[in-house]
Design a protein around this ligand. Structure first.
Ligand code: ADP
Length: 403
């Protein structure tokens, strides 16, 4: 029987799953359940033809049960996995690294739920499901916030009364840490350096977007804050706004709850363009002369450029600027338009290398005169979670006696 690691990533109405070989860490199966808790819930496994049948209104647990049964029936997961890794969005200040899950860890994740009410409860339900489906298998939590726990106070404190931090934990936590830490190891490998001596600016640009300054291997600053709303312009999230907007819009009859919804779900690229949160579609619209789409892309790139400049304040040297995430990996236009704003800092792209997203140049897309390397690196958060799950599960088994 092959030893497999199962990776689970629960969103509010989705469940992503991946199976990794424990030895090689090759990904051998992937699955996605969508519209969970809705009548038209659906699940698929990439390596199996057709949908996996789910009951209407299927929960995360039901989807997981159906998907792991389908994996077993098709020989993609024989018996129980050796470890299960879970992505957990918020670890607060409790977790500086991944953790083997026990009741105490579950309690600490639950205690962070008020900081991430849309995410942590659903992450917990994923953990509870795998614990009851595979009672003897170690579960490991890998946190989106953990990597940023090395931020210094000057980067994580908001300039509000200090008691807000002391009493209520109001501070910048940062997210996408799993992806940013993967960018560090991959960039270091490609540059022939060790992660501990590598300093990069990592821009993760997907539906959610964030940027991190990584100094000598450690996260030193990042754009997301107490919640994943702060910072860059995103698909449907505003990123930074003037908090004075709350008062001003109150005077226009827009209540706080409504504005909260608007800033999270109706802003960003979607709000600016009035069309879509999808960057690829926006680029197509802009190419056909749709002006608001062009403006949305311009605002997105300008905000990103400003943040790249801001991240420089945390570094003593820069080994590379790295682009990742669906937009960062695929949009020639966004990379070009962003760096066009940063000529003064010495960034320069090679048009041809940029067009191919570094595919034939080990990720490099910078021009010969660029002051810094610029890399495109596909993210692989599932691999990081699988690695951490294997590492902690093995450590928990203790040293093996020689046979
Ligand atoms: P998530 O954060 O949900 O994982 P992704 O990392 O997959 O999202 O990124 C999704 C974004 O990537 C979308 O805005 C999508 O349009 C964009 N994207 C994907 N391919 C391209 C492309 N070729 N050009 C521009 N944007 C792209």
């Amino acid at each position: 029987m092959d030893n497999k690691i199962l990776v689970i990533n629960c969103g509010s109405s989705t469940l992503k799953l991946a199976v990794f070989d424990e030895q090689s860490l090759d990904c051998t199966a992937t699955g996605l359940a969508e519209r969970l808790n809705h009548d038209d819930a659906v699940a698929r496994i990439g390596q199996i033809d057709g949908d996996i049948p789910l009951p209407a209104g299927a929960t995360h647990r039901q989807a997981l049960e159906a998907m792991t049964t389908a994996l077993a029936d098709s020989g993609l997961l024989e018996g129980a996995p050796t470890a299960i890794g879970h992505r957990v969005v918020h670890g607060g200040e409790n977790f500086r690294e991944a953790a083997l899950i026990d009741d105490e860890v579950l309690g600490a994740i639950d205690a962070c739920a008020s900081l991430a009410p849309l995410h942590n409860p659903v992450n917990l339900s994923g953990i509870e499901s795998t614990r009851s489906l595979f009672p003897d298998v170690p579960n490991v939590a890998v946190f989106d916030t953990a990597y940023h726990q090395t931020l210094p106070p000057k980067a994580y404190l908001y300039a509000v009364p200090h008691s807000y931090y002391r009493d209520w934990g109001v501070r910048r936590y940062g997210f996408h840490g799993i992806s940013h830490s993967y960018m560090l190891t991959e960039a270091a490998r490609r540059l022939g350096k060790t992660p501990a001596t590598t300093s990069i600016i990592s821009a993760h640009l997907g539906n959610g977007c964030s940027i991190a300054a990584i100094r000598d291997g450690l996260s030193a600053d990042t754009s997301m804050g107490l919640t994943p709303l702060e910072g860059l312009v995103m698909g449907s999230r505003s990123g930074d706004i003037d908090p004075g907007l709350f008062d001003y819009l109150k005077s226009k009859g827009i209540a706080q709850d409504e504005l909260h919804h608007v800033l999270n779900h109706e802003s960003g690229l979607l709000g600016l363009s009035g069309q879509t949160n999808d960057m690829r579609t926006l680029c197509e619209l802009a190419e056909h002369g749709h002006e608001p789409s062009g403006v949305a892309i311009e605002v997105f790139c300008f905000r990103l450029a400003r943040y790249i400049g801001a991240m420089m304040a945390s570094l003593r040297h820069l080994d590379a600027l790295v682009f990742t995430g669906g937009i960062g990996e695929n949009s020639t236009r966004v990379r070009q338009q962003t760096l066009d704003n940063l000529k003064l800092l010495g960034f320069e792209l090679d048009d041809e290398l940029n067009r191919y997203g570094g595919e034939f140049s080990d990720g490099h897309i910078e021009g010969p005169g660029s002051r810094f390397p610029v890399l495109v690196i596909p993210t692989n958060e599932e691999l990081v979670i699988a690695r951490e799950a294997a590492r902690l599960a093995n450590a928990s088994n203790g040293p093996q006696a020689p046979g």
